[in-house]
Design a protein around this ligand. Sequence first.
Ligand SMILES: [Zn+2]
Ligand SMILES: [Zn+2]
Length: 265
Amino acid sequence: MSYASLFGQLFDQKSALAIAVIFIPLERLLPLRRSQAILRKGWKTDLIYLLLNSALMNIAIVLGIATILSLKAKIIWSVIPEPVAHQPLWLQVIELILVADLAHYWMHRMFHSPMLWSFHALHHSTEELDWLATFRVHPVDHVPTSIVMLLPVMAFGWSPWAVGVWGSIYRGHAILQHANIRLPLGRFGLAVVGPEFHRWHHSTAGEARNKNFAAQFALWDVLFGTHYLPQGVCSDSYGIEETIPTKYVDQLCHPFRELRQKWRN
Ligand SMILES: [Zn+2]
Ligand SMILES: [Zn+2]
């Protein structure tokens, strides 16, 4: 199985939908906000992101990877010894989480810079976090981030099995941290990203701004000085100051309009 087709399967919307079937009842069983409806504000647009946007971005990611492979950008791959793919599966998966999340951390942090924020603001615009909010991402944000994450994954030559397991964990983990569920991790929150950790990332609270960039391994935030997880308190206000359009196509065009406006000014 080629890496491009493997990633294509990992990041498709069908696997995401299958995971969602688990999260809808879970949000009813362990709700953080009991009063939050399943069909909350903006759910229709977010469903389009899940069904259409994920598929389109998936094609772009696979094309990007295929292009890189065709350019024979296997620089590290050729110097890393074969045994990488022959380590125990669990060890390969842990290594994948650490390496891919380090790439994610810096890409995510970059998209919080003033120049790129317009594209990432869309993901932060949701005011009611749940499993479906995971998918509200702009392609200009998601595609380069995914490609940069996947480059070391390809380059180091981990086995397709390990990449498959990591990809499934990554997808489930992303949905878990946005879900409307109460899951305090206590001291584990210093190492593992949980819903509370990522809720602070989406918080409107000033002290949580530009904090908690990791997607899986919270220790990257501890090491780089951006960790914020007060014990016993949970953020309950999410969103951004800017106004984002409500319709799907308008939302995708909005960052480009903003950039044009900034350019004119
Ligand atoms: Zn962010
Ligand atoms: Zn998020």
